[in-house]
Design a protein around this ligand. Structure first.
Ligand code: HXC
Length: 280
């Protein structure tokens, strides 16, 4: 575990609801929140995953709650949000983390395949945010949308996810502008490659993963705990004037994506250049 720069009770008395909170990055956020005093609720589709996750979260001593539901189903979102508020006494922080992904070239992707990812990632984020509005207005709360950096450039076989995440970033900005006056902050986190997650197992298995690590300026995958710490920062008073911002947490991965011109070629060209004296 990282040594946290935050007090262990920094989220005491606050309730966080995390979609997709039973595994991966979202469970990492749940653990960081629970270990800093928050009461944590998680939502997901698989009851056995949620049950096991809540058992682990309870060890931190705060209240926990889980309810199954699919973020594509607006009625289920409403039910989860109301049940969480009733069980834990309100909602202060909503983390929209539920996501779906698979690799597929756009020319092979069915309309339903595209729609499925948009439905989970983008429509799910909207459904949960809209249903949570009244509770967040009451608590003067915060939404954190989990995005990605895929759409900063074209990413092969990720047109569906890139479109969904670009939509999420737009939603983060719009909701921040529209709900700021109600006292609600809306931020995002764009994780890069994070180890031990379903996403990386799907997107960069085996040898591909090793190559990817070498291309990251910080030379390693991030951890789910590091994403949790970013979420904790955004949830803390240190970030109380930050809204509409999506924080990239990727070890510099997207900045360093390969240039179309090979580095060796640029080096040769620079070496061959003769310095010209400025004319008098
Ligand atoms: C092409 C595919 C496909 C694949 C599904 N489809 N998998 N198309 N290649 N590998 C198509 C199906 O053929 C179908 O279209 C449509 O998508 C819906 O598929 P279902 O299996 O019926 O959907 P569903 O059961 O709802 O499952 C949703 C899912 C699934 C997204 C497809 O993979 C899932 O539940 N994933 C959740 C877990 C997950 O993905 N975690 C990783 C998130 S990582 P047709 O036309 O046949 O009906 C992440 C990180 C991003 O988001 C950034 C990383 C850097």
């Amino acid at each position: 575990m990282l040594t946290s720069p935050f007090k262990s009770d920094v989220l005491k008395g606050r309730v966080a609801l995390i979609t997709g909170g039973g595994s991966g990055i979202n469970f990492g956020i749940a653990k960081v929140f629970a270990s800093h005093g928050a009461d944590v609720a998680i939502m997901g589709r698989r009851e056995e995953v949620l049950k096991a996750a809540v058992a682990e979260l309870s060890k931190f001593g705060g209240k926990t709650f889980y309810k199954t539901g699919d973020v594509r189903d607006a009625e289920a979102c409403e039910a989860v949000i109301n049940a969480t508020a009733e069980a834990l006494g309100g909602i202060d922080i909503l983390i929209n983390g539920a996501a779906g992904n698979f690799l597929c070239p756009p020319e092979m992707l069915s309309s339903n395949g595209f729609k499925t990812v948009i439905d989970i990632d983008l429509n799910g984020t909207f459904n949960m945010s809209r249903c949570a509005f009244t509770h967040l207005k009451k608590s003067q709360g915060l939404i954190i949308n989990i995005s990605a950096t895929l759409h900063y450039k074209g990413t092969p076989f990720q047109s569906h996810v890139s479109a969904a995440k670009a939509g999420i970033d737009a939603l983060t900005i719009n909701l921040a502008a529209e709900w700021g006056p109600f006292g609600i902050r809306v931020c995002g986190i764009a994780p890069g490659p994070i180890g031990d997650t379903e996403g990386m197992r799907r997107l960069a298995p085996g040898e591909i993963g090793e190559k990817l690590k070498q291309a990251i300026p910080l030379k390693r995958y991030g951890t789910t705990e590091e994403i949790g710490m970013a979420a904790l920062f955004l949830s803390s008073s240190a970030a109380q004037y930050i809204t509409g911002e999506t924080l990239v947490v990727d070890g510099g991965e997207w900045l360093a994506r390969p240039s179309p011109v090979p580095r060796e070629l640029v080096e040769k060209m620079v070496a061959a250049q003769t310095r010209k004296e400025p004319s008098a």
